[in-house]
Design a protein around this ligand. Structure first.
Ligand code: SF4
Length: 470
């Protein structure tokens, strides 16, 4: 299986139909995305210089990507200077082998993990479990979906598709107790069940939100205390990061700290901002004995040299998901990849296959809400259009498409033919209209009217009205 695609043959259209016909999912999506979007707007509105700050963040990202090799080498040197180990993984398999190797060398059997989409990307858990290791996700949402045998459906709220009732069922089954479907009781149960895992763990695996090249510091941002316990209780800490997460200087960090939580939830800062610079030092009472940083490429340097390079500026805040009218209706699982929503519709085709993911670049109304919500103003609509173009070049056009485009070109080049076509369409379609709308179009138009109405042609065209007016 490719590292990005979750299913070899994901049927996007079928998944969309299922999602639309799932009332609890629809209710959960409306609840979550509305709350988070309101937070995003509130968070941005609270800063007078928000636009300048977002532009500044974008400039830092552009600069970093232009000198990525230099900053990654600087990061490696800085981490080593602080007593850490750095590993380079060109793809998912290499990254899995590196983590397995560290587990073997350090005799680690029990692993706790804090939330990491990069570890989802490389399918780390199945590889660790296949090697006989015990892996426990410690972010509460991730813990739930691990117990349910599922995958995250949102970048920052992985279990958004679950209700309190379903979480109570899952936790009750795991713990052997009958837990009420009350938020506080469930959180307490989660804390109780996970606490002992932290105490027993040999190794903690975390993701990385940012890594500062200048100092060798990795930054973890979360709203639960689990990332701190994951990175300080076990003897070994392994941090897994995509190479695009590096920031050049210490002074760049506040720009992103101000933006990430505001964009994601509207908080001024997340509850925990954890800065880790190397393993425990002599005289310190806590922290791991060993710190390993795994730098994952997995197609990123390939994308760096394409017109889609801007996608590497993503800081995984999830704001574009919450803003997207498509994600808000279908949720994350329908996309079929590790990353969902507008940014997932770019990342999955780019890293998996443009041809094998034909629907994703089209799963967008191109309304621009994603770009407006994005803290680094990534031009997502522009890249989606670029991917559509790439798809057409790579797979070629079907006979029907060729015929349609030839026909359209012939008509558009001849105004008299265009006008005649309009008149014919009016003659055929107006009798089928009801209150100005067509509920069922014939032929290939059926696909359109299956999900929405089509405006009936006006009784007179604009040109006809204009002529009369004059
Ligand atoms: S593309 Fe922008 S809005 Fe979407 S997850 Fe990335 S940083 Fe956030």
């Amino acid at each position: 299986m490719n590292s990005y695609a979750q299913h070899e043959h994901h049927d996007f259209l079928n998944a969309v139909r299922q999602a639309l016909a799932d009332p609890p999912l629809q209710a959960a999506l409306v609840r979550l995305t509305s709350t988070l979007m309101a937070g995003n707007r509130r968070g941005y509105a609270a800063l007078a210089d928000i636009d300048a700050l977002r532009d500044h963040a974008k400039l830092i990202k552009e600069h970093t990507l232009a000198y990525l090799d230099r900053y990654l080498e600087q990061l490696e040197m800085s981490v080593q200077k602080q007593g850490g180990h750095v590993h380079w993984a060109s793809d998912a398999e290499e990254a899995r082998q590196i983590v397995l190797g560290i587990a073997r060398q350090t005799n680690s059997r029990r692993i706790v993990k804090s939330k990491s989409m990069t570890s989802e990307e490389i399918h780390l858990n199945p590889a660790l479990e296949a090697a006989g290791l015990e892996v426990t996700e410690t972010d509460f949402g991730e813990f739930i979906i691990q117990l349910a045998g599922e995958r995250p459906s949102h970048l920052v709220a992985p279990a958004v598709h679950h209700t309190r009732e379903s979480i109570a069922r899952i936790l009750s089954k795991y713990s052997g107790e009958t837990l009420p479907d009350e938020a506080q009781a469930l959180a307490q149960a989660g804390r109780r069940l996970l606490r002992q895992k932290f105490a027993q763990a040999d190794m903690g695996i975390s993701g990385v939100n940012f890594a500062v090249a200048e100092t060798g510091t990795i930054v973890l941002i979360s709203n639960e205390g689990n990332a701190r316990l994951t990175t300080t209780c076990p003897r070994i800490h392994v941090a897994l990061m995509g190479i695009e997460k590096v920031l050049p200087r210490w002074g760049d960090l506040p720009v992103f700290l101000k933006l990430l939580a505001r964009a994601a939830t509207g908080q001024a800062l997340s509850v925990y901002t954890t800065l880790i610079t190397g393993p425990r030092r002599r005289g310190e009472t806590d922290g791991p004995e060993e710190f390993h940083l795994v730098l994952l490429d997995n197609g990123r340097s390939r994308v760096l040299a394409t017109p889609f390079r801007e996608s590497l500026q993503c800081i995984r805040c999830g704001a574009c998901l919450n803003a997207c009218p498509v994600y808000r209706r279908i949720g994350g699982h329908a996309y079929g990849g590790v990353y969902s929503g507008p940014i997932g519709s770019i990342l999955t085709p780019l890293y998996d296959s443009v041809v094998d993911n034909p629907h994703l670049p089209h799963a967008s109304s191109l309304c621009g809400a994603c770009q407006a919500a994005c803290p680094v103003k990534i031009n997502i609509p522009h890249m989606l259009i670029g991917l559509r173009e790439l798809q057409t070049h790579q797979r070629g056009k079907s006979r029907w498409e060729k015929l349609t485009y030839h026909l359209a070109a012939a008509v558009l080049q001849r105004p008299w033919l265009y006008r005649l076509g309009l008149r014919c369409a009016r003659l055929v379609l107006r009798p089928l209209a009801h209150e100005g709308w067509l509920r069922h179009l014939p032929g290939p138009g059926t696909a359109w009217t299956e999900a929405r109405d089509f405006p009936a042609p006006a009784p007179r065209s604009f040109r006809e009205q204009w002529r009369q007016l004059r």
